[in-house]
Design a protein around this ligand. Structure first.
Ligand code: URA
Length: 438
């Protein structure tokens, strides 16, 4: 039977500013998932969406079509000590140095939550949780469904590649990463929510980034994204909370793959940069509240070692080598370059976008689909905004496995930081909180 749609007509409709019908959206997502629409055609459609945007009802339908492109998991039958699991997850809209999932999931496990986390790879200038965790030798995010279920019951979490969940997103995400179409509200909202709806969580906390390192430029657009995410979650029956958080400067003192895991270990050991700890605890509090867990103190789990213990259990369950799990043994790049201070004063600004692009140039992200990323690529920030700087001291150390990348990385970083005489204005890390009443 012939179908009533074709890709060129759908592309032209969006290119010319029209709205796509529900049936056209269902068709194009299904046809692309099954290889009947080519990458070149989907790339053109994504660029048209990027430029023209989508109505709220198009976003809702596009998200539902991506969920329908694959399986939907259901963990409501699982029991722990005879009780249903307190299923809760978190997702970020993408940031620089955003390693928060790595300390956060074990904290929530230690507090009694069960986290079925379908995580992503790096996108554009932002890092991805899976790329970071894969820097732990042996760690695999490719988990069969039975293992995800078992881990949720036995240890309270699994962090996995979405696999057969929302496969349309897997393909579109990889295409966006290399076609300049990441920074689009409808494409971000549908990408995040399709995975989260399909993964089977009951409640969800979203960390919606605002600032130079976020995908969307203005706070107004980020607020609109936050409300769109909250509404998509509510409509899908999830208790959904959104925090709007600052991403004008990188989180913590490290950006990259293995180097961010190393910093996460410091946080789990009760130390680490104060902004990473603050955001981890704020998101943990939201997750516990959304999941209906009370009477536990997430900070205590970092002080008493229970969060670290849960992280080690998670890594071991997913094949990771616990012997390699220390800041000294993780594979941080062998080649280094250092940027030193041209003068004394105060670090006035470090731009998240410049740092994200520099680390991408060092090899932490992809420029063609499926490219292997470097575990060792990364950057250490020695002086954060507001900290005093002495002339000639190291400000940044860059790491890579391929030293010919330094020149391009240095060029990205150039102009992305400033040492001066003034303390920068204090920006709150948590800018706002949006709930759907759940
Ligand atoms: N995270 C996702 O899963 N998708 C995006 O588009 C951005 C962040």
């Amino acid at each position: 039977m012939s179908h009533p749609f074709d890709a060129p007509t759908i592309i032209r409709t969006k290119r010319d500013g029209g709205a796509l019908s529900d049936a056209a959206i269902d068709w194009v997502i299904d046809a692309y998932t099954h290889g009947r629409v080519a990458d070149a055609q989907m790339s053109a459609l994504l660029m048209a969406i990027f430029i023209r945007g989508m109505t709220r009802s198009e976003i809702t339908r596009w998200t539902a079509a991506m969920v329908a492109s694959g399986e939907r998991m259901d963990f409501t039958d699982l029991r722990r000590d005879g009780k249903p699991l307190a299923l809760v997850d978190k997702h970020s809209t993408g940031g620089v140095g955003d390693k928060i999932t790595i300390p956060l999931v074990p904290v929530v496990m230690a507090c009694g939550g069960a986290v079925p986390q379908a995580a992503g790879r790096g996108l554009g200038h932002t890092g991805g949780t899976l790329d970071k965790l894969e820097s732990i030798p042996g760690f695999t995010p490719e988990l069969p469904k039975a293992q995800i279920r078992q881990q949720l019951c036995d240890i309270g979490a699994a962090i996995f590649a979405a696999g057969e969940l929302a496969p349309a997103d897997r393909k579109i995400y990889a295409l966006r990463d290399v076609t300049g179409t990441t920074e689009s509200l409808p494409l971000i909202a549908s990408s995040v929510m399709s995975k989260k709806i399909a993964e089977g969580t009951a409640s969800l906390v979203l960390d919606c980034k605002v600032g130079s390192g976020a995908f969307l430029d203005t706070e107004e657009e980020c607020r609109e994204l936050a409300h769109t995410l909250a509404d998509l979650g509510t409509e899908a029956g999830l208790v959904t909370r959104v925090l709007l958080t600052d991403m004008s400067t990188p989180l913590g003192r490290t950006v990259g793959n293995a180097i961010e895991v190393a910093e996460s270990l410091e946080v789990l050991a009760g130390g680490g940069p104060s902004d990473v700890v603050e955001l981890t605890l704020a998101l943990a509090a939201e997750m516990l509240d959304a999941a209906g867990i009370d009477g536990v103190d997430p900070a205590q789990t970092m002080r008493d070692g229970t969060a670290m213990d849960r992280f080690r259990k998670l890594v071991a369950a997913q094949g990771g080598d616990l012997g390699a799990l220390s800041p000294d043994t993780l594979p941080i790049g062998a080649y280094t370059e250092t940027v030193t201070a041209p003068r004394g004063g105060t670090m006035e600004n470090i731009d998240a976008m410049a740092v994200g692009l520099a680390v991408w140039r060092l090899g932490a992200g992809r420029s063609v689909p499926g490219e292997r990323v470097q575990s060792g690529a990364g950057l250490r920030i020695h002086r954060r905004p507001g900290e005093p700087v002495a002339p000639g001291e190291p400000l940044f150390t860059l790491y890579t496995e391929t030293p010919e990348r330094f020149e391009a990385a240095m060029a990205e970083l150039d102009g992305g930081w400033r040492v001066g005489d003034h303390a920068p204005p204090v920006r709150p890390l948590i800018i706002d909180r949006i709930t759907n009443g759940g």
